[in-house]
Every structure is written in structure tokens, then in C-alpha cells.
Design a protein around this ligand. Structure first.
Ligand code: MIC
Ligand code: SF4
Length: 646
């Protein structure tokens, strides 16, 4: 049988089910990753599963998000993660080592293997030919405990890349082009598999930029084949033994097909406040820019920063510009320091930040009021930068650096072709894993340190026969998990403290939501389409659970958020008739009668007691997920069936 790259990896890892899109399958997981903002919860949940070592080939805990440390909370969480990692056989990447996805690509990703990570940009490793999926902390905890993951087999989209990129056009422009065409909800339930002659012209970091930002399509993941370029990258990382060639068979069958002619692309920008509001940079030429930030897991590789330095060399950033650069990893930063490129960046006026997520998640460098900020990141949701009135544009490193010099939106092609030269991939990277702590043998002796910031997480209750409550709020389309559970420098330190976070739930959309939820003892949330897009943060389900939310009604859900709701026993219901969304109003009293038997079927009758109406709702989840809802979440389901087993 002729297979795609995805099908080859899935069939090698299939534990149960049929590899047909739409079918529920269980897949073996080789590796997991966590980061600190989702990691504390994931490890608390892992501990609750009661196993004594991880069952994966390799699990890695990164510290990269909460590194501002304005009080003891983050440092306490780091210590918890460090000790829990040591106890259970998990590699620990210390703060300073870099952003999880960049480091994973450099040091751990393996073609042909599977990776589950508690961060939505885990698909970055797809640039290496790894099937890498982002998930909520609970799913990652279960994958660590069992080496397995339950998923509905996605549809596979062939993205045929033809031609080659022109000078000054970059990998970021390829994924922005796809976002323009497919939108932030067009990738839900799909895997994007790249193929075609254009693949050969893309380096591993370029491929990783594309698979990283595939998350913004709502896709399950994105993947490239592994080839000679993959081999050379691994060799340069002193990991050639990890190479495994994987490519699609000539007559492999895909569910959908898209073609992108690289030669026809031009520099692009995603306008505020969504990664799919894409326009040509040339249409923004001359717009005044106040801040430029280069970094994040999308564009912080060695070659990205060398390209930036070539543009900045011998120049000074514009008078009114603040330029910040966060290299993706210790490897990147130390190589730039050794070969002097770092000095070029500093001399031009750049503010060098530590190797971490930093401004990408609002951890510092918030821009001025009403300002324009150009960032090489992957998300530009309103308020995410820490400045509500700021306008964030997502651009390539080339556009960012050129605009930092002129102070205005600048199409880098204006720099002229003579200034453009290929960035060669180094023959060897500077490999030094001295701040990655490896698992120990005498783990029984390890004591787990829990700081006072770590509070128990809420646990769902078994489903009651009648689910009744008020509509507490009604929101529109494309609500992000940043809206549901905001993250910024002030709130991120409380990722282990759900009671504290609950005061901020959904407040960017409805300031009084927490108050209303408390007053009414919980109830229902009504959302539009693509509800819960963006981050994998499970807190966007845990906090509503803590506030007593029983069900979320929406036109459609983002994949990871829907799974997080179910994992926590909250019912995700879809409107069968979109007009019912218009009909329903805040404070309407809703009722699901005979909930336990209704949850077993696809269609659910929802009564609006205030309006005397009945709506038909769809519960589009798997059989196992229905059981989770009945038991009050995944942890209860597992416990009801014996420790570590179901
Ligand atoms: C993000 O980019 O939004 C984050 C912060 O990395 C999240 C994870 C989190 O909220 O901790 C993600 O992408 O999953
Ligand atoms: Fe970190 Fe930003 Fe990447 Fe999320 S998107 S992992 S916050 S760098």
C-alpha cells in the first residue's frame, strides 16, 4: 500500500483502532515534552496517576516561559519541576537553556518517532519529520504514564511546494501565505504534510518555522519528510545516529491538496489581532513602527539571527525604535557570542534578552500605548503583548530587521539584491548539554519540593442526572485561550494556583464573568466558532471547572481546548442550528434532562427554560470521551478502572 509520511508513522505506532480519518485511534508515544507554564499541572496530574517512572523513550521538562521571577512563585515551580523530573526519569532543561521547541529540535527530535507536548507549538519538531502533537497537560501526563495517546485520526492535507523562494522572502512567508488561504480555523482536524521539489530548498529551521506556525491553522500537526538536509542537520548536532529516512510513497493518497509556488511569494505580515489577517508588507510600507522584537519558538534559530545581524551590520536602529532579540537557545546564543555576531546585534542597538519565550507571552517588553510592534512570533492576539492598545504585526526576521533600521514598515527587497546572501548551515553546531539534567538511577531517594504557590487542582465530579444552570456569558467567534485564561507577566506566576487565576477567567471578554459564575454557582458559557483557539493551556478548562462551569455551547471548538474540556468533565456542545446561537441569551436558564443517557448519544436536547424552547445540540466526541464526561474527567475515569489502567 502506498502511504503518506503521516500514515507511515501512525501505522508504526498504532496501538488500536483503524488508520482512517475520523476513527478513534490509540497511538504509541515515544517522547513527551512539557514547559513550566503547563508543566506544574501536568506533573501534579502525572503524580496522581501513581506510576513510578515515565513509560516513554524520552520525556523532557523545559523551563522557558516563567523566567521573569518577580517573586518566589516561578522559582518555586521550577524547583518542583526539577525534583519531580529527577524522581520520575525525566530530562530537565534548566532555565537559560532555551525555548522548549528550539531545544527539542536541536537536541531531541527524531524523524519517524512521535512526540506529545503540553504546548501548542510542539509541531515544531515536525520540521524534522517527527509526528509531534500539542495537547493539554492531562493528556501528556497520561502519555508519560502509559506511553500512549488517544486521538481521532485527522485528515491529511498534501501541501505541494513548488519553485524556490526569492531573496528576502522566507519560511515565515510560506506559513503566512497558508494562513491567509486556510485561516485560523481551517486546519482543525487536519495534518499538513509538506512535499514537492520546494522542500529541498528549505533548511531544518525553515521547515520548523512552518510546522511551528501550523498550530495557528488549528491543525493537529504539520510534518516534512526527512532527507539529506535532515541528516546534515542531525550530523551537525552530533546526532547522525538519530537519522531515519522517511518520505511519502509516490502514489500515496491524501484527503486534500494545496499547492504553493514559492517563487510567487513576497514578504507578508499578519495584521492585528489575528495570525490569518495577512497582507503583503509592501501594502504597509511607510507605517511608523515603535518596537521590533525578534525571537520566539518560530524564528529564533541560529540562521534567523545571523540573517538579522547581516541586515543590522554597521547600522543603528532608528531613533524611535526599541529592538529586543531573544535567541532561541543557549546553543544559538553561545554560537553568536563565539563568532562575534552577537556584538553586531548589540552594537546596532538591540537589547539582548535571555533565551526564553519572554515578550511572546507578555513576559516583559510590553510596547507603549497605541504603538505598532513588529514581531517574528506566531501569535498577535489582542492584549497578549501586555499592552491592550498595541498593534502587533507578525513578520519574518528579514522584515523585522529592515524595519528596525528605517523605523517604518519596510519591504526588505528595497535593500537591494546585492545585500542578500545565503546563510549557510554550520557544519557543526556548538553542542554542550551541560544544563540538561539527565535521569538518575537512585530516584527513590529524591524528595519532591513543593512551594506554597502549588495548590491542588480541581477535580471534576461524576455527571449529575440533570444539568441545569444559567448562561453566564455569550461571546463571539475565535475566542482564544488567552481570552479564557489570560497569561501575562502578572498572571503567569500563578499557573499552579487555580483559585487565584479564577478571578481573571474570561475577563478580557466579560469583566464580570468570575463574579457572575460565583454568584450563580456556575452555569454555561456560550461561544461562537473556533472557541478556545491558540494555546494548549489546560487552565482554560481547569479554571472554568473551578468556577462551576458545566458545559460550553459553541458553533465549533478548537481541538486542544475541546479535549481539555472533556478531560475535565465539562461538556462541549455544538449548535446543530446556528440560529439557536442567536436565540440564546445571557441569564437564560438551561437544562439537560436525563444527562447520563443523553451524553451517550450524538444528539442532545437542551431546554431553554426561560424561553420555553428546546435546542438540538451535537456532542461530537469519542466513546471514551463520553465515559470521561460521565465520570467527571479523565483522571476519574482512569482511577475508576484501576491505577494507570482503564
Ligand atoms: C502560547 O504560546 O500561548 C503558550 C504560552 O506557549 C501556550 C502554553 C501555555 O499557555 O502555557 C501554548 O502555546 O500552548
Ligand atoms: Fe513560548 Fe511563544 Fe513559543 Fe508559546 S509561542 S512556546 S510563548 S515562544
Amino acid at each position: 500500500m502506498q502511504l503518506t509520511v503521516v500514515q507511515k508513522i501512525v501505522s508504526e505506532h498504532l496501538v488500536s483502532g483503524k488508520m482512517i480519518s475520523g476513527e478513534e485511534i490509540i497511538m504509541g508515544i515515544d517522547q513527551t515534552l512539557t514547559q513550566d507554564a503547563t508543566g506544574t499541572m501536568a506533573y501534579l496530574e502525572f503524580e496522581a496517576l501513581g506510576v513510578d517512572r515515565v513509560k516513554t523513550k524520552k520525556s523532557v521538562a523545559y523551563i522557558d516561559h516563567n523566567t521573569l521571577q518577580t517573586g518566589p512563585e516561578n522559582a518555586d515551580d521550577h524547583l518542583y519541576i526539577q525534583t519531580v523530573a529527577k524522581k520520575y526519569g525525566i530530562y530537565y532543561s534548566k532555565p537559560g537553556n532555551g525555548i522548549c521547541h528550539q531545544v527539542h529540535l536541536e537536541r531531541f527530535a527524531i524523524p519517524g518517532q512521535t512526540l506529545l507536548g503540553s504546548d501548542s507549538h510542539t509541531p515544531t519538531a515536525g520540521g524534522m519529520g517527527m509526528l509531534a502533537i500539542g495537547a493539554g497537560g492531562m493528556d501528556v501526563a497520561v502519555a508519560m504514564a502509559r506511553g500512549e495517546y488517544d486521538i481521532t485520526m485527522p485528515r491529511i492535507v498534501k501541501v505541494n511546494l513548488i519553485g524556490e523562494l526569492n531573496p528576502w522572502v522566507s519560511a515565515k512567508d510560506i506559513i503566512l501565505e497558508l494562513l491567509k488561504r486556510v485561516t485560523v480555523k481551517g486546519g482543525v482536524g487536519k495534518i499538513f504534510e509538506y512535499i514537492g521539489e520546494g522542500v529541498k530548498s528549505l533548511s531544518i529551521p525553515q521547515r520548523a518555522t512552518i510546522t511551528n506556525m501550523g498550530a495557528e491553522l488549528g491543525a493537529t500537526t504539520s510534518i516534512f519528510p526527512s532527507d539529506e538536509i535532515t541528516f546534515n542537520f542531525l550530523k551537525a548536532q552530533k546526532r547522525e545516529k538519530d537519522f531515519f529516512e522517511i518520505k511519502a510513497d509516490d502514489r500515496a493518497i491524501y484527503d486534500e491538496e494545496i499547492e504553493i509556488n514559492l517563487a510567487q511569494l513576497e514578504p507578508l505580515a499578519a495584521c492585528p489581532h489575528s495570525p490569518d489577517k495577512v497582507v503583503p508588507v509592501s501594502s504597509l510600507n511607510g507605517l511608523k513602527v515603535n518596537q521590533v522584537v525578534i525571537g520566539s519558538c518560530t524564528n529564533s534559530s541560529y540562521s534567523d539571527l545571523v540573517r538579522v545581524a547581516k541586515i543590522l551590520e554597521g547600522k543603528t536602529i532608528a531613533e524611535h525604535i526599541s529592538l529586543a532579540i531573544a535567541p532561541g537557545s543557549k546553543q544559538v546564543l553561545s554560537m553568536l557570542a563565539q563568532n562575534g555576531v552577537l556584538a553586531t546585534l548589540i552594537i546596532s542597538g538591540a537589547r539582548i534578552l535571555e533565551c526564553a519565550c519572554g515578550p511572546c507571552i507578555g513576559m516583559g517588553q510590553s510596547p507603549p500605548t497605541n504603538s505598532v510592534s513588529l514581531r517574528t512570533f506566531n501569535r498577535n492576539f489582542e492584549g497578549r503583548s501586555g499592552t491592550l492598545s498595541a498593534k502587533i504585526y507578525l513578520v519574518s526576521p528579514e522584515v523585522a530587521a529592515a524595519s528596525a533600521i528605517t523605523g517604518y514598515f519596510t519591504d526588505p527587497r528595497e535593500f537591494g539584491l546585492e545585500d542578500y546572501s545565503e546563510i549557510k548551515m554550520p557544519k557543526t553546531f556548538l553542542v554542550n548539554d551541560n544544563i540538561i539534567l539527565t535521569p538518575v538511577n537512585d530516584y527513590e531517594e529524591v524528595e519532591i519540593i513543593r512551594g506554597p504557590n502549588i495548590k491542588p487542582f480541581p477535580l471534576g465530579k461524576p455527571l449529575s442526572p440533570e444539568v441545569q444552570g444559567k448562561v453566564l456569558t455569550k461571546v463571539g467567534d475565535n475566542i482564544t485561550t488567552d481570552d479564557i485564561m489570560p497569561s501575562n507577566a502578572k498572571l503567569l506566576p500563578y499557573r499552579s494556583n487555580i483559585p487565584y487565576l479564577s478571578d481573571y477567567c474570561l475577563t478580557p471578554c466579560d469583566r464580570d464573568f468570575p463574579k457572575k459564575a460565583r454568584k450563580n454557582g456556575g452555569g454555561f458559557i456560550v461561544g461562537g466558532s473556533n472557541y478556545g483557539q491558540g494555546s494548549s493551556r489546560e487552565h482554560a478548562a481547569l479554571v472554568p471547572l473551578y468556577l462551576g462551569i458545566k458545559a460550553v455551547l459553541a458553533k465549533s471548538f478548537a481541538r486542544i481546548h475541546q479535549a481539555n474540556l472533556v478531560n475535565n468533565g465539562i461538556i462541549p456542545l455544538l449548535f446543530e442550528n446556528p440560529e439557536d446561537y442567536d436565540d440564546i441569551e445571557e441569564i437564560d436558564e438551561l437544562l439537560i434532562e436525563d444527562a447520563i443517557s443523553q451524553v451517550k448519544s450524538r444528539t442532545i436536547k437542551l431546554k431553554n427554560l426561560t424561553k420555553g424552547k428546546e435546542y438540538k445540540m451535537i456532542l461530537d466526541i469519542t466513546l471514551r470521551q463520553r465515559e470521561m464526561i460521565i465520570q467527571g474527567g479523565l483522571l476519574n475515569l482512569i482511577r475508576s478502572r484501576g491505577k494507570g489502567k482503564e
